[in-house]
Design a protein around this ligand. Structure first.
Ligand SMILES: Cc1cc2nc3c(=O)[nH]c(=O)nc-3n(C[C@H](O)[C@H](O)[C@H](O)COP(=O)(O)OP(=O)(O)OC[C@H]3O[C@@H](n4cnc5c(N)ncnc54)[C@H](O)[C@@H]3O)c2cc1C
Length: 321
């Protein structure tokens, strides 16, 4: 039984979530006694495609040129559909991303497949095909059976850790021409942030709230983030007051993150903030108020003044490195 895995890059490198998806898809194929093929869309360096073998992939199809290089949803969906037909895929695995959110249902509808999003574990295949998915912004799980012949699943971020196995994949160009309906929208300009770790991809996120009193104190948070190799986030009021840029705002109305470690500093833990972080594997809260609601969602907590705790924590993190 053939499994197709879609991978995407952030413009220069294949994303960690795609590496996780490759490991996941290879495991699904092994459970089903089948083969796994990767479809990579866009101009991704050859050595990175070959290195997907390190996550268990043996065969990679690559579609490049024109709209395929532009993260164009219609063109990407067309490439995934064509690749799925070529390899006779019975399962299509897509790593959750903004682009994947917009193409998963199109891919499923064209392949007449059932689609399940935000999957967190390998499928149970002893009787039928059941997957567990995260629902209610990570507060609950649902077990879903997919009954269609072809199945499309999107893998939740950081739900499955890619394992490096060693090995090299063979890369084949998949020649594909586009119809007018594949190129109805065209990206005319991309402005990239440089030098920052992507919040949604980071393994560790250090996030700050109004407890910092003002933007002039943010250096304390940045120092800790640097020592830990973490991305930085903030609560909504912090970005509303322009202490930090809006793309760092985490929560119900901001970015949803699922890192292995989320460190919340001087954030009260309002339900709207928790909605964006409760899929994190481990939550550490630093707050001077022992009654702060965030402590109820925390795995570890420090009751203390952030201005005293952070310099010590940063020093300890530097020593660990
Ligand atoms: C529709 C709607 C959507 C929303 N969406 C979001 C969202 O997406 N994300 C979000 O974050 N918020 C959102 N909010 C706002 C949310 O309700 C809270 O108001 C907000 O999260 C509070 O931010 P805060 O914790 O930084 O500030 P505060 O609530 O002011 O908390 C500051 C915390 O810092 C602690 N503190 C103060 N000084 C120190 C110190 N020296 N050392 C240690 N701790 C200290 C305090 O004890 C307190 O717990 C939304 C609200 C609404 C109504």
């Amino acid at each position: 039984m053939s499994v197709l895995i879609y991978v995407e890059s952030n413009g220069s490198e294949i994303k960690k979530s795609s590496h996780d998806a490759v490991s996941y898809g290879v495991q699904v194929a092994s459970k089903l006694g089948g083969t796994a093929t990767v479809i990579a869309v866009g101009d991704i360096p050859q050595e990175q495609l070959i290195a997907l073998g390190n996550f268990g992939a043996t065969s990679v199809l690559n579609v490049t040129g024109g709209a395929f290089n532009q993260s164009n949803p219609s063109a990407t969906a067309a490439a995934v559909i064509e690749a799925a037909k070529k390899v006779g895929a019975k399962v299509v695995v897509l790593p959750k991303s903004t682009l994947v959110d917009s193409i998963a249902s199109k891919v499923a509808s064209q392949l007449k497949a059932g689609v399940v999003t935000n999957v967190t574990e390998l499928p149970e295949t002893s009787s039928g095909f059941q997957v567990k998915r995260s629902i209610f912004t990570g507060k609950a799980f649902a077990t879903v059976t997919i009954n269609s012949d072809i199945k499309v699943i999107t893998l939740a971020k950081n739900a499955y850790q890619g394992t490096e196995t060693g090995g090299k994949a063979t890369v084949e160009v998949l020649a594909l021409s586009l119809t007018d309906s594949d190129t109805k929208v065209k990206t005319t300009n991309v402005e990239k942030m440089t030098g920052e770790l992507l919040l949604t991809e980071a393994e560790i996120v250090v996030s700050g709230g109004r407890g910092f009193k003002g933007p002039e104190n943010w250096g304390l948070l940045l120092d800790l983030a640097k020592a830990l190799g973490a991305a930085t986030g903030c609560s909504k009021p912090v970005s509303d007051m322009d202490w930090r840029p809006h793309h760092e705002h985490v929560g119900q109305t901001g970015v949803k993150v699922a890192p292995n470690l989320y460190i919340a500093i001087g954030i009260s833990g309002a339900i709207q903030h928790l909605a964006g972080v409760n899929s994190s594997k481990c939550i550490v809260v630093i707050n001077k108020d022992p009654e702060a609601p965030f402590f109820k969602a925390a795995d570890y907590g420090i009751v203390g003044d952030l201005f005293e705790v952070l310099p010590k924590l940063t020093e300890a993190a530097k020593l660990l490195k």
